[in-house]
Write a protein that binds this ligand. Structure first.
Ligand code: ADP
Length: 461
């Protein structure tokens, strides 16, 4: 601990309650593996939904031709095209565009939203040229990444359960989102076909597998969190029909809903109670980017009131949920100066407080405590998935090189978080086995992955 901090009882308590020593990590990894099994056994058997992706073949590198991807997951959508040249030439060329969705469309009708998307996609397609080339007589095929809760019904269909992330579009819930897009494309006279409906974690795994045959797991750590992995068909008891002509498939765990054995505090419980989905997504609320800043704000607010951490003035905005963001914590943790001037500036700009050096040191301790807990628990979750795979087929993950593909802004931009995550994985697996487990940032995210899945599920075979 940095010298000269006066440790308050609140800080000492926090550090005790958020501690993640090896036995806690081990318990979380074991519980993750057990919950996965329970979710595979019967529908609704666990916190983890363990959703079938219907992706039974991952990219091999042999894919050839022109494919499109469309990614809708927030206030922007991305369109992308890629020309694939097979094993030797690989990605011949790729182009993408990002379009922001006008706010009124987030509150409009389903037709309006999908018409907008189809019209922007049509404009993008019109600009196709150069090294992009569609064989005569073929339709352009799309991999559609749609990051909202969907009940997938086949590789190219899925029912929207509900909109999230601020969308309140009428008339889509309960409908097949692929049909919604296909109908809009018809209205725009855009002759394309959705060949794959893809969850963003599944797209990340597909993108990683294209370059690396050892990619077996993908994890997203951004605003929210989720993970998917390669599973054996015969290890999915709830599968209605075991005659599927594939030995393996990808399971979307929806692990954000995990809740077993996590070291939680009064601050987590209060934040959860005040959230729009109390009691849900507890793992996500402990480890993902949307929440780390808010947990820290709640702790500092209590310290300000109980211990006068920032003197006796408590500005109005300090009480405002989510005013302190995870990138702010990250920026403060990069300040290594003696007087912690950057920390002071950020505290002033966000929660509106003045701070002395001791207060700044306390703030950094609080950030570190919450980020360390988040990163280490994420690492334990990853080990839980690997452990489940290893239990079913000895040697398949720990006996050889295995890659965990990571994506998301939290993992990408927060070095401390990333190294706490890696520490937990190494502690849990031991130094020998952890040499075989490669956790790596997946470069192009889910975009190319979705186009690759359109290719491997092409109707032209
Ligand atoms: P999303 O998850 O919203 O689809 P991203 O994967 O880009 O998109 O993740 C964005 C999230 O990553 C932000 O909400 C934030 O929590 C986190 N993040 C972004 N930049 C940083 C940063 N510099 N430091 C820490 N966290 C960051």
């Amino acid at each position: 601990r940095s010298s000269g901090i006066s440790v308050t009882p609140i800080l000492a308590d926090l550090q005790k309650n958020c501690a993640t020593p090896l036995p806690v990590l081990r318990h979380v990894a074991d519980a993750m593996a057990a919950d996965m099994r329970a979710g595979l056994a019967v529908e609704g058997g666990s916190d983890l939904k363990m959703i079938l992706s219907y992706v039974n073949s991952l990219p091999t590198g042999n894919e050839k031709g022109l494919f499109y991807a469309l990614d809708l997951g927030g206030t922007n959508f991305r369109v992308l095209r890629v020309q694939l040249g097979g094993k030797e030439e690989r990605v011949i060329d790729t182009e993408f565009e990002q379009v922001s969705i006008p706010e009124e469309l987030m509150f409009g009708t389903s037709e309006e939203l999908f018409d907008f998307i189809a019209s922007r996609l049509a404009r993008f397609v019109e600009k196709e040229g150069g090294r992009f080339c569609l064989p005569h007589g073929r339709k352009r095929e799309i991999g559609f990444t749609f990051s909202f809760p969907v009940k997938q019904t086949s590789i190219d269909s899925g029912i929207l359960i509900k909109w999230t992330k601020g969308f309140a579009v009428s008339g889509t819930a309960g409908k097949d989102v692929v049909a919604c897009l296909n109908e809009a494309m018809e209205r725009q006279e855009l002759n394309m076909r959705v060949s794959a409906l893809v969850n963003d974690t599944v797209g990340t795994l597909a993108g990683a597998r294209y370059w690396d045959d050892d990619a077996m797991v993908a994890v997203i750590l951004g605003t929210g969190t989720n993970a998917c992995y390669v599973e054996r068909m015969d290890a999915i008891p709830k599968l209605p029909d075991q005659t599927l002509n594939s030995r393996r498939t990808i399971i979307n765990t929806e692990w954000g809903a995990f809740s077993n054995g996590l070291p939680l505090t009064e601050f987590d419980r209060d934040m959860d109670a005040a959230s729009i989905n109390p009691g849900e997504q507890i793992f996500e609320k402990t480890i993902s980017g949307m929440y780390l800043g808010e947990i820290v704000r709640r702790i500092l607010y209590k310290m300000a009131k109980a211990d006068d951490l920032f003197g006796d003035a408590i500005p109005e905005k300090f009480s405002k949920p989510f005013i302190l963001r995870t990138p702010d914590l990250c920026a403060m943790q990069q300040d290594s100066s003696d007087d912690l001037e950057a920390v002071g500036l950020i505290l002033n700009n966000t929660i509106g407080v003045a701070s002395n050096l001791n207060a700044r040191k306390v703030v950094l301790e609080v950030c570190d405590t919450i980020v360390k807990r988040g990163g280490r628990l994420a690492g334990a979750g990853i080990v839980g998935i690997l452990q489940k795979m290893e239990e079913d087929s000895k040697g398949v993950v720990f006996g050889k090189r295995t890659v965990v593909a990571m994506d998301g802004g939290l993992y990408e931009h927060y070095p401390q978080y990333r190294s706490y995550l890696q520490d937990a994985v190494t502690e849990l697996l031991g130094s020998e086995i952890s040499k075989n487990v490669i956790i790596e940032h997946s470069k192009d995210g889910s975009g190319i992955g979705a186009a690759l899945l359109a290719a491997s599920n092409s109707k032209y075979g």
